[in-house]
Structures are given as structure tokens and as C-alpha cells.
Design a protein around this ligand. Sequence first.
Ligand code: AMP
Length: 521
Amino acid sequence: MTFRELGLSEKVLQAVEASGYTTPTPIQAQAIPEVLAGRDVLGIAQTGTGKTAAFTLPMLSRLEQGRARARMPRTLILEPTRELAAQVEESFGRYGINHKLNVALLIGGVSFGDQETKIMRGADVLIATPGRLLDFAERGKLLLTGIEILVIDEADRMLDMGFIPDIERICKLVPFTRQTLFFSATMPTEIVRLTEAFLHNPVRIEVAPAASTSATIAQVLVASPSGPAKRETLRHLIRSVDNFKNAIIFCNRKRDVAILHKSLQKHGFRAGALHGDMDQRSRMASLDAFKNGEVDLIVCSDVAARGLDIPDVSHVFNFDVPVHAEDYVHRIGRTGRAGKLGTAISIVTRADQKHLAEIEKLIGRVVEWQQGATLDTLTQDDEEEASPRQRGGRRTSGERTRAPREHSAREPREQSKRTREAPHDAPKSNGPAAAKAHDPRPQEARSQEPRQHEPRQHAPRAPEQKVPDHRERSHQRPDRARSRDNGHDDQPVVGMGDHVPSFLLRPVKLKPSVVEEAEEA
Ligand code: AMP
């Protein structure tokens, strides 16, 4: 099947070719001819399946006939979040490169003035979040009576965010005769009711069961103590996983996004954050920094990250196991996109067992533990050693004062660039050590790393393995050499020397079976 066979216009086909796409994805192959024929479509598809192009491409072909009038957009696309709306706008820019169409974006957090000018000029495509759209419509700045095509995207997310009453109001403002394209990853009862009310005899296209996880994603669980030790587990994973390029890290709570973000920065990682309490400008800046590689880590909440299309994400870390099993599917779907391989690693504590069971039930499979090390193999010692504060260990004022933020985000970025440009610094081996060539931390921080793969019991070391030890370090930085990272984020960032808890000593290479499964797909 080729794009040409789908009936798209020449201008669109040229843009598709310029994007480098050769074969339509299943949702594109099925939806595009129906949209071109003017039929209503109910698409049950997750992000990552190519659904944006499934509606954007035929819309562009259809829009070649006719012109927009002032204040009366011709097509309307509703998105649950500002980022998704901006992403769809980008798609129109890319696929509509040969068209002279006016595309307007109507999202919260941006000044009304510019948006109003664009609408006054006449928009062929209006992409909006429901709240801001209703604001405009109710102030009489916008007439929805000229809408020919209405797209409701990520409907189940709209439901989660409480937008359904807004959607119902908007549907009543657009002409009854419009064509409706409706997309949702899942079909809860409220969504079914909405489709029954607002779609006319739709073609139903379902490309993947909502509960499935992509076969291009290798999934693994890592058992960890909770508390500050969990952050150490994450840092260790980021440093040691294979084929690290960049990662999205999920937390369950906005508050924890901010805490983890700060902590990673303090430890010298190049990390950004994305959560609902950030203003629009900061959110866009964070996302752009991640997309263009200025940071390799982005810590997110579910709402902020849902549906975002960030190509080439090598890893997803669930710092917290999600409470809603469906979020797991959405989170890990940020990697392994468009046929690429990705890895999703979930850090699991004792408290997460119930949620983990729900996830495994939803996805219909058991996720493997890293090296078979389940929660049961975490020793009491691990949990205590990794988390002294929980045992009642308290930070002294002396500790606090000798805690310069040596690896904070203030470290010049050049330093981490140098790290990337000097892979010969990294041990020449496969596996976790080799992954350090991609280590996002400054060189200095890397050299302080715990000796992850050495047994705790002072096993003899090969002579050529020159790992700086405590004594060597103490000549250079007496203060830091004395310290241990006890999980307190304002402590100096140092390795744990001989006190690495055993749960961190386990190699983090994925089981061959996990990788093979992904590669076979
Ligand atoms: P979406 O599901 O719309 O978020 O798209 C997921 C990713 O797939 C985006 O990065 C698209 O650029 C990419 N994509 C969409 N259609 C195709 C295609 N036919 N071939 C290859 N990549 C595609």
C-alpha cells in the first residue's frame, strides 16, 4: 500500500515524500480514504500510530477547494492540552508546506491579541483547547457556523481532564452537517455516549487494542527501596543502561516532578521538567530543550506528557509505578515509536505491588524483573543502607555546610558535551559500562560513580582497571571523599564507595529474552 493509492492530492503527496514516509501506517491506510470521501470516522488508536497524519493529510487535500472567511474557520481540531495543539499545528506546517493555508492556534496561556488577528484573517484550520475556544466563541470573536470538518482528538484524555461538557457545547455550535473525525485511545462509557450523540454513521477503525503495549518496547522492572534511595536507583539506571540517548521520567505527582527535577540537576544531570503547574512558556521551553537535545532527561507528570510526540526517545523511566494501569500504557508508548526500539524501566517499591498487578492484568503479560531480582530479593540491609535517613539518620549542620553544589545545573554544558565527545574515557566494554559514552552527566560526576559491578566484598580487582578509590580521591577533594551520598539531595554528589547497596550492584542489562522480544517485532 502506498500513499498515492489512498487518493491524496499531489501537493500532499509531495509533502509526505519530503517527510520521508514511504508506507502509510494502518490507521492512515484505513482512515484517509474515508475522510476524503467525507465520512465520519471513529478512530480507536493510541498516539504513536500515526493518527495525526491520518486526519491532517486528507484534511489538507479537502481544504484545497474553497477559502476561509474572517472569523469563520473552516475546520476545527480540538486537543486536550496546549502541547498537543502545538504539535498538531507543527504537523500542518510540515504536511501543508505546499499549501497556502492559514492555520490558527487557540490555546490558553498565550495572549488573546495575536490569536484574534489570525482568526480575523480567516483560518482554514483552527486548532484549539476547549476552554480558550469557548472563551472566544462566547465573546463573539469567533463563529463556528462555517466549520466543515470537526476533529476531536484524544477524547479519553478530554474525559480525564473534565472537558466533556465543553466538547458537548462546542459540538452544538458547529453545523449539524459537518464531518466529524473522533479519536480516542480507549472507549469508556462516557466516550461511547459522546460518539453516539455526535457522529453520524461513522466508520469505526481500531488499530490496536487500547490495553496493548507496543512490541518495539522492551519492558523491565527494577526493585528498589523507597525514599531517597529510589532517586539513587534512578541515577544508577540512567548512568548504566545500554543505548541511552535520552529519557522521559514519569512521576505520579506534580510535586514529585519538581523534587526529582531539582535533584537530578543537583546531581549534574541535564534535566528538564514538564508539569501542569508550569506556565505555558516554561512548558514549551522545557519540551523544546528536550526535543533539540539541550537536556537528555525530562521529568513529567501524566497529564503534561500524554500524547506528546517526541521522536527518538530511547528510554522511559517510571520513577513511580502509575496508579492507573492505563497510564502505564500511555507512558511507555513515549518510546518505541514509529517502529524504533525503546526501553521502559519501572522502578518498583513494596508499596507498588498492587498497582503492578493491575498493570500486568491490563497488558495481559508479566513484565520481567531485571536479572530476576524481585522485591523479595531486596534485603533489609539494602533498604536500610540505602536509606539511612529513614532509620533516623539525621543530617548535621556540619554536613549541610560542607555540601557545595558541585554538580548542579550551573555546571557549564560544555563539560557534558566534552563527555560525549570523549567516548575513549568510557571503559571499552559492552553493557552498562559502555553506555557511559552517552552519560549525560559532567565528566567529573562520572568519575565519582559508585563501582556498580564490583562485588561489595572487596573482591580483587584486575590491575588495569584503574578506578579512583577513596584514598586517591581524598588527596584531591578531602571534603567530598569523606562524604557519602545518603540520598540527601543537598549533599555533595559522590559515589557510595564500598557501601553500594546490593540492589544497586546488580547489572542492569536487560534479559536477552526481553530484548529479543522487542527486536523480533
Ligand atoms: P502520531 O501517532 O500522530 O503521534 O505519530 C507518531 C509518529 O509517527 C510521528 O513522529 C510521525 O511523524 C510518525 N509517522 C506518522 N506517519 C508515519 C508514516 N507513514 N511512516 C513513518 N512515520 C510516520
